[in-house]
Design a protein around this ligand. Structure first.
Ligand code: ATP
Ligand code: MG
Length: 716
């Protein structure tokens, strides 16, 4: 009889209850998509707080995105009311890491107001260091060094931990040295990068026993969602913190491990029981999210992976349509069709907020954006980074950064001559030399330099004005709101004038973006708070206010669910990505398949998969063939449809029945696909094979039309 039970337990099934009520000792919830892992984790948090086992400030709870943290906070609020106030340690690894590091910054050689630099600042800095070492940047690109350093940081390695073999990967063994120089340089800038947020934390805990013990004592309970995607440094940090009380609950799904390219190690979840002997393992098998067809399609697909624990999943949600597979002629038609389907849903009274388009790589969003703008369909791109990456936004933020933190040299360099004020390369060089001599930040050096006789003329006056302005804006920052400050700065520094003078359509958009920026800032009380937010917006925050359809990468959609789901670009070379097909071998393909599994399992009621027969990739038209993942979906759960335009069928006549159209697939799959034999698959293939029947490479039929790695690497 559950009549009198607390509301956070209501509706939970027996294993979920077990996970909620087993508060003491390590708990592992290992279960498939949509089985209520996150729901149970949330209830567990509510239970701990409500039963006074710990104060909210004594719980460490890690979510994968800021959005997920917000949602969790809201849900707990609904369950137990105000008691949720002040859960300072609920957030992403990055946000928790940043907060903790600020408290003890001096112990790792930083000040508490340190800047978190982003990827492009990181690259700029590395470029300078590479040049200073007299290395050929063409041969040893900054990007390569950045990815190595990230990799080391994800593994929890400080410069002194890099062995000769690892170091060899960059500039004949200079990798370690450059890593070391980079870290030292960051310190003098009072800055750190994303990797440092955890790495320096780990160092802090390892080197300061008293502080470690303080946190081990404080965190009576620890909870981690999406544990399968933690990397080594996150894992080591969690394990250290949990060592004393061992009340740690982690949840995850090995089939949804999709971040190995960012250093995530699925073995972390597999060895949890070894790390924490006596851990209670809870299995959840009922899926509450998806219809039978959707779950059946997803399960059939993931079955093709060899490297998995394997688990049972079932659902009681009957009815619904099979997963629709729609072949279209090209990218624009795909966007048109998706637009039509969404409009049709809207006419039937569906909520646009409950529809999403998931892409494999960022570049795929543009086609949909163009189309939706054209037809006036509201959409939002989840992944604030896109907005904050726009040049004018980055300029504005650089101004705010230098106002907030005078040692922020990267910000200073960005704005010193933007808008143009006659401070050219020569002047900047002088500032650099002066700063080195004084051992001071660029801004401080500039402020002194422009008082001296070292400079003259326009540069001197402009620089003096700029430095004076920055000092004045810094005073203002304490008096007025961040958004007022931004308006003031952009007006007074000449940026607004610059954009207004430029009458192109583009500059209108830029002014609107700046307005949007000040709008976004209205939620923040201090400049520091806002800048902290900006540093972390790589997590998906930029929601539109209206009802709108969501466009995002599959990576960013992890943990979310949508009633109506559109999966686009399911073609060989797009999904699975060309990179996974070319170099990765089986492991990469299996990760791509897990990604496909994550994609399908986001759908509650309707799931439509699109593939186009032709794509324009970096200006080249190439013909494509449907993804092998389409072919791996069980027949009984899918329904094939042809596009109205019927594009692909043009080639059907040329196709000879005796040829094997699926030589790129495994033999077993080929038979099934061949038996299915709809015109669209063969047709698309035929266009490719017309010139070369033996080998097939989807992106190579045009010359040079391959996708770049980076297109697949960053989730929105
Ligand atoms: P993913 O692996 O995708 O992160 P998950 O295991 O975290 O999925 P949740 O997002 O927690 O699953 O839950 C999926 C859906 O099922 C949600 O809509 C949730 O509200 C619902 N749900 C969870 N548990 C129950 C339950 N016991 N009864 C009814 N609905 C439930
Ligand atoms: Mg979840």
């Amino acid at each position: 009889n559950f009549d009198n039970e607390p509301n956070w337990l209501r509706g939970l099934n027996p294993p979920q209850r077990e996970a909620v009520l087993t508060t003491e000792g390590p708990v592992l919830m290992l279960a498939g998509a949509g089985t209520g892992k996150t729901a149970a984790l949330t209830a567990r948090l509510a239970n701990i707080i409500y039963t006074r086992k710990a104060w909210p400030s004594e719980i460490l709870a890690v979510t994968f995105t800021n959005k997920a943290a917000r949602e969790m906070r809201e849900r707990i609020g609904k369950m137990i009311g105000d008691a949720v106030e002040g859960m300072p340690w609920l957030g992403t690894f990055h946000s928790i890491g940043a907060k903790m590091l600020r408290r003890h910054a001096e112990l790792v050689g930083l000040e508490s107001n340190f800047t978190i630099i982003d990827t492009s600042d990181q690259l700029r800095l590395l470029k300078q260091l590479i040049q200073a070492e007299n290395l050929d940047e063409k041969r040893w690109p900054a990007k390569l060094l950045a990815s190595l350093i990230d990799k080391w940081k994800n593994k929890g390695l400080m410069p002194e931990d890099i062995n000769a073999g690892e170091s060899e990967a960059y500039a004949n063994g200079k990798g370690q040295l450059l890593y070391q120089i980079y870290q030292a340089r960051l310190k003098t800038l009072n800055a750190c990068d994303f990797g440092d947020l955890l790495l320096l934390n780990l160092k802090l805990m390892r080197e300061n026993r008293d502080i470690l013990e303080q946190y081990q004592e404080r965190f009576k309970y620890m909870l981690v969602d999406e544990y399968q995607d933690t990397n080594a440094v996150q894992y080591l940090w969690l394990r250290l913190l949990a060592q004393r009380r061992k009340n740690i609950c982690v949840v995850g799904d090995d089939d949804q491990s999709i971040y190995s390219w960012r250093g995530a190690e699925v073995t972390n979840i597999l060895r949890f029981e070894k790390d924490f002997p006596g851990a209670k393992t809870v299995k959840l098998e009922q899926n509450y999210r998806s219809t039978r067809h959707i779950l059946g399609a997803a399960s059939g697909l993931i079955n093709a992976n060899s490297d998995r624990l394997g688990k049972t999943l079932w659902t009681e949600i009957d009815g619904g349509e099979p997963v629709k597979i729609l072949g279209v002629w090209d990218g624009p038609e795909e966007a048109r069709r998706v637009g039509e389907e969404i409009e049709a849903l809207a006419h039937k009274g569906h909520d646009l907020n409950d529809a999403a388009i998931l892409v494999r790589a960022q570049f795929q969003t543009r086609e949909f954006e163009d189309r939706f703008i054209q037809i006036g369909l509201n959409y939002r791109i989840i992944g604030g980074a896109r907005f904050y990456e726009r040049a004018e936004i980055r300029d504005a933020i650089a101004y705010l950064r230098i106002i907030n933190q005078p040692a922020d040299d990267l910000a200073f360099e960005r704005i010193v001559n933007t808008p143009k004020r006659g401070i050219g390369g020569k002047a900047l060089e002088k500032i650099h030399i002066f700063a080195r001599a004084l051992q001071s930040p660029l801004y401080t050096a500039a402020a002194e330099l422009c008082q001296s006789d070292e400079m003259s003329g326009k540069a001197k006056k402009s620089l003096a004005d700029l430095c004076k302005n920055i000092a004045r804006w810094r005073d203002e920052a304490g008096q007025i709101s961040p958004s007022e400050l931004t308006r003031m700065v952009m007006d007074e520094c000449g940026y607004t004038d610059m954009l207004q003078a430029d009458r192109s359509a583009e500059s209108t958009g830029r002014l609107e973006n700046l307005t949007e920026l000040t709008r976004a800032m209205e939620d923040y009380e201090t400049l520091g708070d806002f800048l902290e937010h900006v540093s972390l917006v790589m997590d998906n925050d930029n929601a539109a206010s209206d009802r709108s359809v969501t466009i995002m990468t599959i990576h960013a959609a992890k943990g979310l669910e949508f009633k109506n789901l559109f999966l686009v670009g399911w073609e060989e070379g797009v999904f699975p990505s060309q990179r996974a097909m070319d170099e990765g071998g089986l492991a990469s393909l299996e990760e791509e398949r897990r990604l496909a599994y994550v994609a399908i399992t986001r759908a509650r009621e309707n799931c439509t998969i699109f593939h186009a027969a032709n794509r324009r990739i970096y200006g080249q038209w190439t013909s494509s063939i449907p993804s092998r993942f389409i072919d791996e979906l069980p027949d009984e759960h899918i329904e094939m449809q042809q596009s109205n335009a019927g594009g692909a069928s043009l080639w059907r006549a040329n196709w000879s029945e005796n040829e094997d159209p699926f030589k790129h697939l495994s033999a077993a799959n080929a038979t099934r696909a061949g038996a299915r034999g709809p015109g669209w698959q063969r047709a698309a293939l035929a266009s490719n094979n017309a010139s070369d029947n033996k080998s097939y490479s989807p992106a190579s039929s045009g010359s040079g039309g391959t996708l770049r790695d980076s297109d697949f690497y960053r989730p929105l």
